[in-house]
Design a binder for this molecule. Structure first.
Ligand code: SAM
Ligand code: SF4
Length: 336
């Protein structure tokens, strides 16, 4: 059964939901988490059944693409049960794509199960191919484990896209190594501009900021880059590197040029719905979910009321070399 589709006040249909299923992670990437994170008590988290009810409500209301993220989604206990429960929406045709963004550490265990549940494409975050640098940037991660995970994913038939955060003075010198490694393995690649999320702690993100305009100009020294017309409604632009044939994306969340086509909302693992990555406004969906376990009507009303508050655009601004519009929440909370 479907209900009226979700359309926001700016006539944008909401067809893409990103769901953070946990705030926990087995890595501590320096741009994402503090080393000593305090995680949420379990009772705050949506249960797998609650996640199913929520996602199913969104699918009924027109969401066609579901991206599962975190924290690290694949460290949540029994998460494959949730993936398998979403398969019915793929089977019915209501859901067009079920996908996941992962650090890759658990892929060797789960790649086959993901494929069996109907996942066909995944994003793996990887900023460097150097063991020591990988250990530095993720603090707790180990590169060989992730590389094994990527092998397993490809062997299972999953299409892998690599997401690399562009960090000045960190992976600048690996630009071509990473690009060619992805090309040699038939993987697309997307660079992400570092965002002013969470607390800055000892890391100064303005120092780490490497503009993708600059990165793209560097790539163009070695490759012929052709702009690709297709957009995903998100903050990514794509080019094709003619020499390798691979697709390369650039995610620049700090520019406003994608807001007008924004088709997405984000759900945290506690059931808060964020209507915009760059704004604090959110709606609590856990309360209506838990208030009535027999009917989804109050939940659907709460979702519609939230979408009616979706703002036109976000407030990030790196101009004047000050971090304006800085968000206080971590990426691991809203799920990137
Ligand atoms: N743990 C999974 C992973 O790393 O892919 C999923 C969650 S992670 C928060 C999602 C994405 O956000 C990753 O690609 C990560 O690199 C990116 N990310 C985290 N903090 C960021 C920041 N401050 N600026 C830009 N991207 C960030
Ligand atoms: Fe974990 Fe992903 Fe954040 Fe790294 S970016 S700490 S892997 S949630």
């Amino acid at each position: 059964m479907t209900t009226a589709p979700l359309i926001d006040p700016f006539a944008r249909p909401i067809s893409y939901l990103r769901v953070s299923v946990t705030d926990r992670c087995d890595f501590r990437c320096v741009y994402c988490m503090a080393e000593n994170m305090t995680f949420l008590p379990k009772k705050e988290l949506l249960t797998l059944e609650e996640l199913d009810r929520l996602c199913s409500a969104f699918v009924r209301m027109g969401v066609e693409k579901l991206r599962i993220t975190g924290g690290e989604p694949l460290v949540r206990r029994d998460i494959m049960t949730f993936f398998r429960s979403m398969t019915r929406h793929l089977d019915s045709g209501a859901l067009k794509e079920l996908t996941v963004t992962t650090n890759g550490s658990q892929l060797a265990r789960f790649a086959d199960d993901l494929y069996a549940a109907g996942v066909r494409r995944i994003n793996v975050s990887l900023d460097t191919l150097d063991d020591a640098k990988f250990a530095d940037i993720t603090r707790w991660g180990r590169l060989p484990q992730v590389l094994k995970g990527i092998d397993a994913a490809q062997a299972a038939g999953l299409r892998v896209k690599i997401n690399a955060v562009a960090l000045k003075g960190f992976n600048e010198d690996e630009l071509f190594t990473i690009t060619e490694w992805c090309a040699s393995r038939d993987m697309d690649l997307t660079f992400i501009e570092v965002m002013p999320m969470g607390d800055l702690g000892n890391e100064d993100r303005l120092d780490q900021y490497w503009s993708l305009k600059d990165l793209r100009a560097r790539l163009a020294e070695n490759y012929t880059l052709t702009d690709l017309a297709h957009r995903t409604g998100g903050p990514a632009r794509y080019v094709r590197a003619e020499e390798t044939g691979q697709q390369i994306g650039f995610i620049t969340p700090l520019t406003h040029n994608f807001c007008e086509s924004c088709n997405r909302v984000r759900l945290t693992c506690t059931g808060e719905l964020f209507m915009c990555l760059g704004q604090e406004d959110n709606a609590d969906l856990r309360a209506p979910l838990r208030a009535d376990t027999t009917s989804d009507a109050p939940l659907e009303d709460a979702i519609r009321a939230a979408i009616a508050r979706k703002p036109k655009g976000h407030d990030f601004d790196y101009s004047r070399q000050a971090i304006a519009g800085q968000m206080t929440r971590h990426m691991s909370h809203t799920g990137g």
